[in-house]
Design a protein around this ligand. Sequence first.
Ligand code: ZN
Length: 213
Amino acid sequence: MIEVIGSDYCPSKIVCVGRNYIDHAKELGNEVPTAPLLFLKAPSSFVPDGKAIVLPEQSSQVEHEAELGIVIAKQCKGLADDADITEYIKGLTCVNDVTARDVQRNDVQFTRGKSFDTFCPIGPHIVADLDLTDISVVCRVNGEIRQSGRTSQMVFSPAYLIRYISRQMTLMPGDVIATGTPAGVSKLSAGDICEVEIEGIGILSNPIIAAKD
Ligand code: ZN
């Protein structure tokens, strides 16, 4: 089953996992966390496939983060460590967790650096019944590969993440979990085309424009 993600898509929240690939934690000089590091992106940062990522005037270092996105099927709260998660997954999609790295570093909270308008491309569609344990996650900028990883390299598996997050906050239908990014994050510039490709899902492609364009 495939469902297109359109411009009217509005999750109640986008839950992100920081430093969930060892090589990405190291490239930013961070320790690998002993529990999932969670933060939220504002739902207003969502844009669908094909729409522009706008570089805000507040940042001079906007970076891509290619991530597997899990779309939640039904309300999900307080799952035990051994709970079956199958019924809670509507499907999988591509997410670009666009980040103003300089803003993120300056602020104690991740909120501002992660939630500028257009900073969360999601799509192009949701694919159901796909095995998420070992699929490739790739980011290309202008056709050149910048990030390449596999979901089997995650510190905390998707199943672990869903159960863990459900004990911190109630997940609602349509909510998206962005499961972390592999190494290779790099700066985006106006005129670039950024693509996130996940095996079995497809390609999420967004052009980059300056705020004044
Ligand atoms: Zn991320």
